[in-house]
Write a protein of this length. Structure first.
Length: 213
């Protein structure tokens, strides 16, 4: 059975989440008060509807759909954001993710039961900044405020050496958790095998250690 999600608020963030969930094989109900936004996304999701997400009666009417999760992507109207989150938890939605526009907004959302709160513009900004700074960085995934996983092309000074020789864990305070060579992926890299030029290393460690590398 396909997972079902509702996305409330179809600004840039909400629309992107809705369309991506649909592409991943989910059933998506997209909701916004702006008819133009509804018309723009209608053919790309399961169902698009115009409604006030701050209206408790409307939100309660969605309860019968047994959603696996609801994304409250509206953050400009804080009252509507809070009401949508509160009602979603009251009707038993198992997972509610909310977009916040300030620390105070995020605190309120968490207090009324939001399972996760995100600041998408802030996170995208951090990601872009890291990609600009680390020009050979293929990807960077934050695991927590202090630790991340990143992909990086094998440094020239590491080519021809083995992971055992490099002693990455002790010297650099990080772990190589995978090596990608073209289309092939090795998630249990041989510590005695010399590293090749052009391969991609998947490394996990503290942000400080990764930035040094």
């Amino acid at each position: 059975m396909k997972k079902q999600f509702a996305v409330l608020g179809l600004g840039g963030f909400g629309a992107s989440v809705a369309v991506t969930l649909q592409k991943l094989g989910c059933e998506v109900v997209a909701v916004d008060q702006d008819m133009e936004r509804i018309e723009d996304i209608a053919e790309r999701v399961t169902y698009a509807m115009q409604a006030d997400i701050g209206n408790p009666e409307f939100l309660e009417s969605l309860g019968s759909r047994n959603f696996d999760g609801i994304v409250v992507a509206e953050s400009g109207d804080i009252e509507a954001s809070i009401m949508a989150t509160l009602v979603a938890k009251e009707i038993g939605v198992p997972y509610v993710l909310c977009k916040a526009n300030s620390k105070r907004h995020a605190e309120m959302l968490k207090k009324i039961g939001a399972d996760a709160v995100v600041f998408p513009e802030k996170e995208i900004g951090k990601r872009i900044a890291k990609n600009l700074l680390f020009t050979d960085l293929a990807d960077w995934i934050a695991l927590s405020p202090d630790y991340s996983v990143m992909e990086i092309e094998t440094p020239k000074k590491w080519v021809g050496k083995t992971l055992k020789e490099l002693n990455v864990r002790k010297v650099h305070e990080m772990n190589v958790i995978g090596i990608r060579d073209g289309e092939e992926m090795d998630v249990t890299p041989d510590a005695d095998k010399p590293l090749k030029a052009g391969t991609i290393l998947i490394i996990m460690g503290s942000n400080q250690a990764l930035e040094k590398l």
